[in-house]
Design a binder for this molecule. Structure first.
Ligand code: 5AD
Ligand code: SF4
Length: 442
């Protein structure tokens, strides 16, 4: 009988792509993917450790699998991703029923690790970094799934060491993929019917900075923009300190590049930005926002903000609110600071109470929600281009797609519109999506 695996993914888009590689690796061993842990021979969790809450979730989740393992001792349970990278062997000690742990650079070793458990019941741990590699080579295949939008990794790792962030510790140093590999992958995806690509990296602006022989990130965008059949291009994430004029200009010159950029600012206080090791000031950040708006007046921004960084004062926090008001982000991911082992900020003096941080967090959330509502309200009654992605969960005959600003639009329409860009008149604006009426299928 066919063997089955169950895979659960936590965290960022990087982990989503890694999970596709994990799935491809298991498929190559003859496993097929199932949607329930009870039916699986192998259960894998791909984990996130960016904040404490995400990390604790992993242990909570693992606990759920113990009764299944008690009933079926042959079941293989494994943990991968950032928590696995950080904890390594310790996870095997802490969780007696866990069989294998594989880090962020060891997905390619999964087949061997799984076979070792299958054949010898040998528990395994692989968390070594391949820091000496100069090129990022991904598992050759990805799971085939019909989809209009896909992520494509261009680089991994981070050399920035923002003082609060665990990513450089668990993902290793920056390493880029060759542009030839990326172009081949994108062309292959477009041939399969993909119409929108999001290029992924912890800091895409660092793409190929260590390699003189290959193209820069803006040049890569230009080459992908020229691929026939592709309709839209996005990228994430971009560090403000390395957002060059060359990259900013792409928003004016490349037809397929969407009018949206995710540009995390983290704090509106220069004092806190310095403590965070972000290497830019508020004035420099605002200057880049201004230039983005000059080359692309319709551009909308989203951002990440941390509240409660060690030593944050009311004045620092007020500066964050001021920046939010000035830029008017379409959306923001707001986070309460969470101390992470091995990071510089975890050793900094604090002095704020948990209640104070929570109250500030709520004030920021209220302000952002109000601004988001106003920004999205501007779409009301407008006729907007929507790339149709699939059938909506809203009900029979409803389709969904996204605008250039990455906003979901639900509308009534036929299923054969999937993969096409249509125009939709926006008739209703909700908190997380729009509804509209189909105007024209192109
Ligand atoms: N505490 C809170 N938020 C964090 N982020 C990263 N590390 C931490 C931390 N220790 C947030 C940042 C980053 C986003 C992905 O997660 O805002 O941009
Ligand atoms: Fe973390 Fe900073 Fe690197 Fe982003 S740029 S992954 S916040 S260290």
């Amino acid at each position: 009988m066919n063997k089955a695996f169950y895979l659960e993914t936590f965290g960022c888009q990087m982990n989503v792509v890694d999970s596709e590689q994990i799935a491809a690796s298991l498929t190559s061993l003859g496993y097929s993917q199932v949607g329930s842990a009870e039916m699986a021979d192998v259960i894998l969790l791909n984990t996130c450790s960016v904040r404490d809450k995400a990390e604790r979730k992993v242990y909570g989740h693992l606990g759920r699998f113990k009764p299944i393992k008690d009933k079926r001792p042959d079941l293989i349970i494994g943990v991968g991703g950032c928590v696995a990278q950080q904890e390594g062997e310790k996870m095997l000690e802490k969780v007696a029923f866990l069989d294998l742990v594989f880090g962020t650079h060891n997905i390619h070793r999964l087949p061997e690790l799984i076979q070792d458990v299958e054949q010898n019941r040998k528990r395994g741990c692989a968390t070594t970094f391949q820091d000496r590699d100069t090129r990022l080579n991904l598992f050759p295949e990805r799971t085939v799934q019909e989809s209009v939008t896909r992520f494509v990794t261009v680089m991994q790792g981070c050399d920035n060491f923002c003082s609060y962030c665990i990513v450089p510790h668990v993902r290793g140093r920056e390493i880029s993929r060759s542009s030839a590999d990326i172009l081949t992958e994108v062309k292959g995806l477009v041939a399969q019917g993909v119409r929108e690509i999001t290029l992924l990296g912890q800091n895409v602006n660092s793409y190929n900075l260590k390699s003189d022989e290959d193209v820069t990130f803006p040049q890569l965008l230009e080459q992908i923009d020229a691929i026939e059949g592709l309709q839209r291009l996005r990228f994430a994430t971009s560090h403000p300190k390395d957002l060059t004029d060359e990259l900013i200009n792409c928003f004016g010159s490349l037809d397929k590049l969407c009018q949206h950029i995710h540009l995390p600012f983290q704090s509106g206080s220069d004092r806190i930005l310095k403590l965070m090791n972000r290497c830019y000031t508020v004035a420099e950040y605002l200057d880049k926002v201004e230039r983005l708006k000059q080359v692309c007046p319709q551009i909308r921004l989203t951002t990440d903000i941390i509240v409660g960084f060690p030593g944050e004062t009311e004045d620092d926090f007020q500066a964050t609110l001021d920046l939010v008001k000035q830029v008017r982000y379409a959306d923001a991911f707001t986070f309460l600071y969470s101390p992470r082992v091995e990071t510089a900020a975890a050793k900094m003096p604090d002095g704020q109470s948990a209640l104070q941080k929570q109250k500030r967090f709520e004030r920021l959330l209220d302000l952002q929600q109000q601004i988001s509502a106003e920004v999205w309200q501007e779409d009301s009654d407008q006729v907007l281009a929507v790339l149709v992605e699939g059938q909506s969960k809203q009900g029979e005959g409803q389709m969904f797609g996204r605008t250039t600003w990455n906003r979901i639009v639900n509308f009534q329409g036929p299923a054969d519109l999937i993969g096409q860009t249509v125009t939709v008149k926006i008739t209703g604006v909700f908190r997380n999506s729009h509804i509209g009426e189909l105007v024209e299928a192109q």
